[in-house]
Design a protein. Structure first.
Length: 267
């Protein structure tokens, strides 16, 4: 879909920087699974909020790149300890081989036209025993979130934009990653003014793709509900993990998933 491949973040990098921020539960979830890393890289880092906080928590050197010069410019204003570059995740990453212990991307894959390249490059720049992580929205995640509740047009917009988990896992496997598994993080929160401002400023790309009528109607409904009292927000994240292992004559056969409550299920 063209909107996935050509969306121009330069147009609202400042708005993104002001109104988007890391989800604390997701950060905690990632930190608890990575434990240790010396050098970490975020592909498609935007304003570098996630790589900044994770590098601090892990006591790691943080690196990030994004296709948008304006996003990188905004990132450099508030993240002074992260090494940042302008580069395209659909092409070769601007790093040498075997440089990182942990390579991740968050809310990126629905803008990527070449998933195989994304993971082949992630594999190339990663050290043996390093971890790769993709944070995305599954079809179920998209259907359950507060954004879809108030702006139902975004359901089909994002279900068309986002690649399915199977496509992501297939590209990871083809790149050479093994031990692939999924986890889930679900968050429920009180919907406050800061969340309202995210929607009003269209700090989510889906809000810039729906009709103006759909946007106005959604904001009107949200405002009415907030005036009535407490509004509960909901957001879910799907994480897809893999590991780069030394070459051998057999594959790791087990692929499993872990729900947000920690239960494992064979797949």
């Amino acid at each position: 879909m063209n909107s996935r491949k050509s969306f121009d973040f330069d147009e609202f990098a400042t708005i993104y920087s002001q109104h988007r921020y890391p989800n604390e539960k997701l950060v905690e979830h990632i930190f608890n699974r990575v434990h240790y890393a010396d050098r970490i890289l975020e592909a498609g880092c935007g304003t570098a909020d996630y790589v900044s906080v994770l590098s601090e928590l892990l006591y790691a050197d943080g690196f990030g790149f994004d296709i948008s010069p304006s996003m990188i410019s905004e990132a450099e204003k508030k993240n002074h300890t992260v090494d940042l570059k302008v580069a395209d995740a659909n092409k070769a990453f601007p790093y040498e081989d075997s440089q990182f212990d942990f390579v991740f991307n968050i809310n990126l894959v629905h803008y990527i036209s070449d998933l195989e390249n994304l993971f082949m490059e992630s594999y190339r720049v990663m050290q043996i025993d390093g971890n790769v992580l993709t944070v995305t929205d599954s079809c179920q995640d998209i259907g359950e979130r507060t954004l879809t509740q108030y702006f139902p047009e975004t359901l089909e917009i994002d279900r068309e934009r986002y690649p399915g988990n199977s496509a992501i896992m297939s590209a990871m496997k083809k790149a050479g990653f093994e031990g692939i598994y999924t986890t889930k993080v679900k968050t429920t929160f009180e919907f406050k003014k800061q969340h309202y401002d995210q929607y009003r400023s269209k700090a989510y790309s889906a809000l810039r793709l729906l009709s103006e009528r759909g946007f106005r109607e959604g904001m009107k409904k949200l405002e009415a509900d907030m005036n009535k009292g407490l509004v509960m927000g909901r957001k879910a994240y799907t994480q897809i993990w893999g590991i780069k292992v030394a070459k051998r004559d057999f594959d790791l056969p087990t692929i499993f998933s872990t729900s947000f409550d920690g239960r494992e299920r064979s797949s």
